[in-house]
Design a protein around this ligand. Structure first.
Ligand SMILES: Cc1cc2nc3c(=O)[nH]c(=O)nc-3n(C[C@H](O)[C@H](O)[C@H](O)COP(=O)(O)O)c2cc1C
Length: 169
């Protein structure tokens, strides 16, 4: 049995990278975890062939956006398609907005945002682990007060998502 079977549920995140008004992208990520409180660090494992991996490596920043369950179709779209082929903001209708500190966009429809600067990059296996320092974090008031609940990925998506085809431009 694949060890991942024992890791569910995991949260869904929509991670943005690139530059607002320039090349920007959204990737669906579940392999995200806090790895330090002081300094505040989060680790994200990003497929080596993903367009996002290339963008994050060059800009050294990314933003973790927290979606609610109602964005499931957009989460799956971003998880099944590559920015090498499509403009995911255009295709999903998600709204890019200026972040507070970074050049990458935040997603207007998401309820919390963590702006991260890459402090370390570790080659793991089929992924690169980007460890980002959270330099700014903010959320909708309702989420902070516990009135909105986020949903969890329950491991019910097919394994083929990891086989998304990437074609270098
Ligand atoms: C719910 C969900 C979670 C995912 N989690 C991850 C993840 O943690 N790491 C990863 O490399 N890919 C993950 N994927 C797959 C990527 O989102 C997918 O390969 C995407 O097409 C890459 O896009 P890009 O080439 O535009 O960067 C996930 C997909 C879905 C639907």
């Amino acid at each position: 049995m694949e060890y991942l079977e024992f890791m569910w549920p995991m949260r869904h995140f929509l991670v943005t990278c690139g530059e607002i008004g320039g090349k920007s992208n959204i990737i669906a990520l579940s392999f995200c975890m806090p790895v330090s409180k002081e300094p505040p660090l989060i680790a994200c494992a990003v497929g080596k062939k993903a367009y996002s991996c290339k963008l994050i490596r060059s800009t050294k920043e990314f933003i973790i956006n927290v979606p609610l369950e109602k964005l499931k179709p957009q989460i799956y779209y971003c998880g099944y398609h590559s920015g090498y082929q499509v403009d995911k903001f255009k295709e999903t209708g998600l709204t890019p907005q200026h972040a507070r500190k970074l050049k990458a966009p935040i997603i207007g429809e998401c309820v919390a945002h963590m702006e991260c600067k890459v402090r370390m990059e570790i080659e793991t296996g089929d992924k690169n682990l980007f460890i980002g320092e959270v330099i700014e974090a903010y959320a909708d008031e309702a989420l902070v007060k516990g009135k909105k609940k986020v949903e969890y990925a329950k491991g019910d998506f097919p394994g083929k998502i990891y086989a998304t085809r990437f074609k270098e431009e």
